[in-house]
Design a protein around this ligand. Sequence first.
Ligand code: EPU
Length: 338
Amino acid sequence: MEIIENCPLRKLNTFGIDAKARFLVDLNSTEEIKELLSTPQFRSMRKMVLGGGSNVLFTRDFDGAILKNNLKGIELIREDSEHWYLKAAAGENWHALVTHCIEQGYAGIENLSLIPGNAGAAPMQNIGAYGVELQEVFEELEALHTGSLETRIFSNADCRFGYRDSIFKREAKDRYIITSVTLRLNKIPKFNISYGAIEKELEAMGIGELSIQAISRAVCNIRRSKLPDPSEAGNAGSFFKNPVVTNARFETLKNDHPGIVGYRSSENETKLAAGWLIEHAGWKGYRQGDAGVHPKQALVLVNYGQASGREIMELSQRIAESVKEKFGVELEREVNII
Ligand code: EPU
């Protein structure tokens, strides 16, 4: 276990925000986590777990201990006639895990290619992209209770998954440290190319026969074309969630704004494309200092270099206010604000 005092965080968050943590603790095993949490100094201190740092905005220095979860290991733990059960330690990089599955022919997470972050963070916000959400392949996870230091297994139902949501953003927030995630992957792939852009991309790639490899490549191409690479412009993917409104409200909005984009998310509800709302409130490509709105995807806020977390946060507030004023729709942040 390595403990660094007054640790700069710029390289540890994909927004590239220059904040500091009072302590940064590198944790490489469950035993090390238990050892740290048993130390009186750290037991009472404010703590947060950081994985890939890809869904966080630091608006100030963190006056406590940041626990860097570096638990590693991918293990095939069982199989049945239809599935492979793959257990990944929380500190495994998500895309490396997807790549491993594709190489082995384990199907189910190819649509989730190239999502930044670590495996342990995936269930917290039920990562999703291109028509697939983690919950569809999630079997269970192991987490350490920060008080009792006991390990608890959370089943799929226990996690209470929702759109970019789980129990770990609500009742269980800050009470557990996820140590591993087990996925239930398919032996026979069930291809999901219903999300418009994938089919088009597969066509453009000249793919005749579908495969998990081809879908993964298509998803990577789409993501690379739209989403900025954090090494070039700091960002945390979608800054806001896509707001969900009743179908009746969607119809009214459509009358007033005929081009508005929405997808039916349940029998009674429609998910609006927040990117469209932000673009049509005039923000796409906006930049003030080093804080801006990505010119290709208005749902992504970017740090072009030296923006502070507060500047990004203030920009997000202005965007949310103007979307509310123009469309009467509230935007909820997806990124964790510290
Ligand atoms: N759109 C615009 N202008 C924009 C951006 C989007 O008009 O500037 C409209 C377009 O009509 C487009 C539609 O919005 O067809 C949807 O855009 P896109 O396919 O880029 O997806 P999204 O709804 O903006 C969501 C997820 C992404 C995920 C993609 C693909 C959320 C908050 N975001 O974005 O997830 O990659 O779908 O499935 O649900 C993330 O969570 O960080 C993330 C990147």
